[in-house]
Design a protein around this ligand. Structure first.
Ligand code: M6R
Length: 626
């Protein structure tokens, strides 16, 4: 979860510190319970011989900034920085990274991930008389790499001597006082990207770390070590053999990762949804209007034999999988199951070469989802990743990738990531329908046409949010909110509740409306606010009517009903305290519209409570540990 930045440049001024602090600000979404930096200072500048100067502070980056302001850091051309989401050891100054090792503590090291065998390694080091200053697993790596440096005198070799002994997931960056102008990184099951500059080079957990300086990126492969100097970078495998990363150009710029005039990233990202959906749809049809997926590395023949689909994901991404289930089953008649990734992996799942396991992940780094994908591959299943982050681990571990083009999502609460995931899943469903032929193959083009109109309809919803914002502000003291939905509205109810829980810290529950009378209706008491996502009037099986009855039932028991309904749906009006209107669309596509008011509601209620919307307590953007 942590954010990592490294920099080496040509001149010993304050640029290294500046680059690293800017990078940390952009990576703070990955974890924000403490932060730290280390700089290699050089004899020529400080007159006192080489050294490593570090500063670290518990709390947000602001605290580190204050500490750096209060002391003078020596000029440097080599720096590393870290923003932490605590796993081993609480969020204290002492547990913050960097950690030090080697003779005279001349090595500094930062880490993202979990070193699973750190207890055994620590025991070994303690027996040798090594002292520890923190409760972290990271410090074990720092001590080990430091010790190897003292033995070998080479930072890359020292790193190589250690990584083979570490189990778990890690990205490590290290600098040493005796190696100015060098940062060494290593990765296993955790991301690391090189930013290639002109006479200066960068390392980051993702490209946001250095996007203000270069768009040339090289993503490292599994079990690789990279050494950057101002003049270049060199990649080797953990076994020492020469290796290569995967070079690519980043297509978005620093502005895309900044707030662009909005108060919060979450607000910006909500308002970017028309673009996120439109961009995800781009280039998906050929001249004859047939669907094409260019990132597929599974043959059409393999895909046409698929007899079962399992969607694996966590949190919001899992809810997008639930929406997709209704659409894909309807269009393809292939059974679709949705499994929380952490449950799938350990449930002894059944899968074979006719099973398509579709992972959904905005970050592409969620460890639970990654482990599910790896397990699916071991079972012989075909794996396809729906992902928003180029170069991330999950797509790399999958047989095929369908990228969403939502742009960087920074706020912890996923919004545009969600609508882009649903869009991509629709594309996948339509593609499979087309491949298999049958009734829905003919419908695919009509659905695609409607989908192309969805960005404008999302914009219409956004333009109508004034009343929702008022309601949210008015409800700032509310202690509990319920959400009801049916069919594709059910996962939207779950997602609406999740948004409120995670950023407004309010008790919120989503239910399938049909489940009401099986228990949840007992929760209804006078004044209880309940959002109801009314199905489109064209939804089959009279579901619209059935939900209207549900609204009456809860209203009769005193609920305050806030109904999200399509334009022209007058049936809900007599039973709604508030009607929130969205344009009508095909019933299966409605989630792209109905989720928007719930996102806006959560955002404004949390803001009215004065909460930090982008970085809610206890959470991190990427959950890169199991
Ligand atoms: O990066 P991913 O899509 O794999 O993340 C999955 C969940 O951790 C994520 O959706 C989480 O639930 C969000 N904070 C929800 O807003």
């Amino acid at each position: 979860m942590c954010g990592i930045v490294g920099y080496v440049g040509p001149s010993t001024d304050d640029k290294a510190l500046q680059v690293v602090m800017e990078g940390l600000a952009r990576l703070e979404y990955r974890g924000y319970d403490s932060a730290g930096v280390a700089l290699v200072t050089e004899a020529a500048q400080n007159g006192a011989g080489n050294g490593v100067q570090s500063e670290k502070r518990a709390g947000k980056l602001e605290n580190l900034r204050g500490a750096l302001y209060a002391r003078e850091m020596a000029p440097s051309r080599t720096a590393i920085g870290h923003t932490r989401w605590a796993t081993h050891g609480g969020p204290t100054d002492g547990n913050a990274h960097p950690h030090r090792g080697g003779d005279g503590d001349r090595l500094a090291l930062i880490h993202n991930g979990i070193i699973e065998n750190f207890h055994a390694l620590k025991k070994e080091l303690l027996a040798e008389g090594v002292d520890f200053d923190s409760e972290t697993d990271t410090e074990v790596a720092a001590k080990l790499v430091g010790r190897e440096y003292d033995r070998l005198g080479d930072l890359t070799e020292a790193m190589r001597a250690v990584v083979g002994r570490l189990e778990g997931a890690f990205t490590l960056l290290a600098v040493h006082a005796d190696s100015p102008g060098t940062v060494v990184g290593a990765r296993r099951n955790s991301p690391l990207v090189v930013g290639v500059g002109d006479g200066e080079n960068y390392l980051g957990s993702d490209v946001a770390a250095f996007i203000g300086y270069t768009r040339h990126a090289v993503e490292l492969g599994q079990d690789q070590i990279v050494t950057i100097t101002p003049d270049g970078y060199e990649v080797i495998g953990f076994d020492g053999s020469p290796a290569q990363g995967n070079a690519y150009e980043v297509t978005w710029d620093a502005a895309a990762a900044e707030k662009g005039g909005y108060e919060t990233f979450m607000e910006k990202e909500i308002y970017e949804q028309p673009h996120a959906v439109a961009d995800t749809l781009l280039g998906r049809t050929d001249e004859e209007g047939r669907l094409v997926l260019d990132d597929m590395r599974i043959s059409e023949e393999q895909l046409s034999r698929v007899d079962r689909i399992v969607m694996v994901a966590c949190g919001t991404a899992a809810y997008s999988g639930m929406v997709a289930k209704y659409a894909i089953e309807h269009w393809t008649r292939i059974p679709v199951e949705v499994a929380l990734a952490h449950e799938f992996r350990y449930s002894d799942p059944i899968a074979d070469e006719r099973t398509l396991v579709v992972s959904i992940s905005q970050s592409g780094e969620t460890m639970d989802t990654l482990m599910a994908v790896k397990h699916a591959r071991e079972l012989g299943a075909l794996t396809l990743s729906i992902c928003n982050t180029h170069g991330s681990t999950i797509p790399r571990e999958s047989d095929a990738v369908l990228y969403t083009h939502a742009g960087p999502e920074v706020a912890v609460a996923s919004t545009k990531g969600f609508t882009a995931q649903i869009t991509a899943a629709y594309i996948l469903g339509l593609y499979l329908a087309q491949l298999r032929g049958g009734t829905y193959a003919d419908e695919a083009q009509a659905v695609m046409r409607e989908l192309r109109g969805l960005p404008d309809k999302i914009q219409t919803v956004l333009d109508r949010m004034e009343r929702v914002i008022e309601i949210a502000r008015f409800m700032a003291d509310t202690r509990s909110v319920l959400f009801l939905g049916r069919h594709v509205g059910y996962p939207i109810a779950l997602e609406g509740a999740l948004k409120l829980k995670e950023i407004a810290y309010i008790h919120a529950e989503g239910f399938a409306a049909g489940e009401l009378k099986h228990g949840p209706i007992a929760l209804i008491e006078p004044g209880q606010p309940v959002f109801v996502i009314a199905p489109g009037t064209a939804t089959p099986h009279d579901l619209h009517k059935k939900v209207v009855s549900n609204i009456q039932e809860i209203r009769a028991r005193g609920a305050r009903t806030l109904v999200i309904a399509e334009d022209g749906d007058e049936d809900v009006v007599p039973f709604a305290d508030e009607v929130i209107r969205v344009p009508a669309s095909l019933p299966l596509l409605m989630p792209l519209l109905t989720i928007v008011p719930l996102q806006v509601f959560a955002l404004h209620l949390a803001s009215a409570k004065g909460l930090d919307v982008d970085q809610p307590r206890n959470l991190a953007k990427s959950v890169t540990v199991e």
